[in-house]
Design a protein around this ligand. Structure first.
Ligand code: C2E
Ligand code: CA
Ligand code: CA
Ligand code: CA
Length: 275
């Protein structure tokens, strides 16, 4: 039994070693990826439920790894945050998203995800200004999506930056609303333009009374605070219909469209209204 234990220990040690090596390899590749332009932005429609039309697109990063293929953001963004690379990547995302949005019709906005690290280890306001100027895009066409972790990181440092951005006319959205353990308390610390209700809340709204009640309450809350309310992860016509009755402002999800490459934006904009 002792020998077995030792074998097991050795197995786990090897396993950990392998994980570490994979991480190191990925980190080295990630460093090179920025220069080798292996990143690409895909765009997912934000669909205005009242006007029944696309009113914007969220930019979602894609990494086309020469060997590993498409690496999902969840497999490299956390690593990029840990090693500080997310600052360079984030700058690239802002530039590309603003450049792309400048090609779209006036009424169409672009939403960009911003990581906590970009607030603490870079001059985010300057990076945003430079991206807007380079693209000659109006600040009112840009939305920045931040999660609760951004605020948790350092509220006193983050708030002045958010206010400065907002004063410039940039819109600020609270992303993944409801997933953190203190989302509610942050709603009173900053006047968000929009909350995006996390997709985990939409799953059962059609069949489950309690899930429906929670969705109803969150939408009312957002409304009462004067914020636009977006529901993420809408996958069916039934969910859309229910959210329309709830006077949700905006939806996003596979039912409208999955994220698509930038070249497909004109096609997405030409599609008939969705039910
Ligand atoms: P997120 O900001 O919450 O983005 C929404 C995610 O939900 C996207 O995953 C999107 O493809 C997915 N999604 C959209 N509609 C549906 C649906 O109907 N059903 C389901 N099940 N999923 C749906 P994706 O593209 O894999 O991105 C994952 C996360 O990676 C994002 O979550 C965001 O936190 C992060 N991320 C992506 N791009 C960037 C970026 O440029 N910068 C930073 N800092 N983070 C990013
Ligand atoms: Ca987002
Ligand atoms: Ca989200
Ligand atoms: Ca509303």
């Amino acid at each position: 039994a002792k020998a077995d234990g030792r074998k097991r220990e050795r197995f786990f040690a090897n396993e950990m070693e392998a994980q570490m090596q994979l991480r190191h390899a990925l980190e080295a590749d990630l460093r090179a990826a920025v220069e080798k332009e292996e990143f690409e932005l895909h765009y997912q429609p934000l669909y205005d439920l009242t006007q029944r039309r696309i009113c914007g697109f969220e930019a979602l990063i894609r990494w086309n790894h020469p060997v590993r293929g498409r690496v999902p953001p969840m497999d490299f963004i956390p690593l990029a945050e840990e090693v500080g690379l997310v600052v360079d990547i984030g700058r690239w995302v802002l530039r590309r998203a603003c450049d792309d949005a400048a090609q779209w019709p006036e009424g169409i906005k672009v939403a960009v995800n911003v990581s906590a690290i970009q607030f603490s280890s870079s001059d985010l306001t300057r990076d945003v200004s430079e991206a807007l100027a380079a693209a000659t895009l109006s600040p009112s066409r840009l939305e920045l999506e931040i999660t609760e972790s951004v605020l948790m990181e350092n509220l006193s440092e983050v708030l002045p930056i958010l206010h400065a951005l907002k004063e410039r006319g940039i819109h600020i959205s609270m992303d993944d609303f409801g997933t953190g353990y203190s989302s509610l308390s942050y709603l009173s610390s900053f006047p968000f333009d929009k909350i995006k209700i996390d997709k985990s809340f939409v799953n059962d709204i059609v069949d489950n009374k309690e899930a429906h009640a929670i969705m109803h309450a969150i939408i009312l809350l957002g409304d009462a605070l004067g914020m636009r309310v977006t529901v993420e992860g809408v996958e069916t016509a039934e969910q859309l219909a229910l959210l329309e009755c709830e006077e949700c402002d905006e939806i996003q999800g596979y039912h409208i469209s999955p994220p698509r490459p930038a070249r497909e934006v004109p096609h997405l904009l030409s599609l008939p209204p969705k039910n």
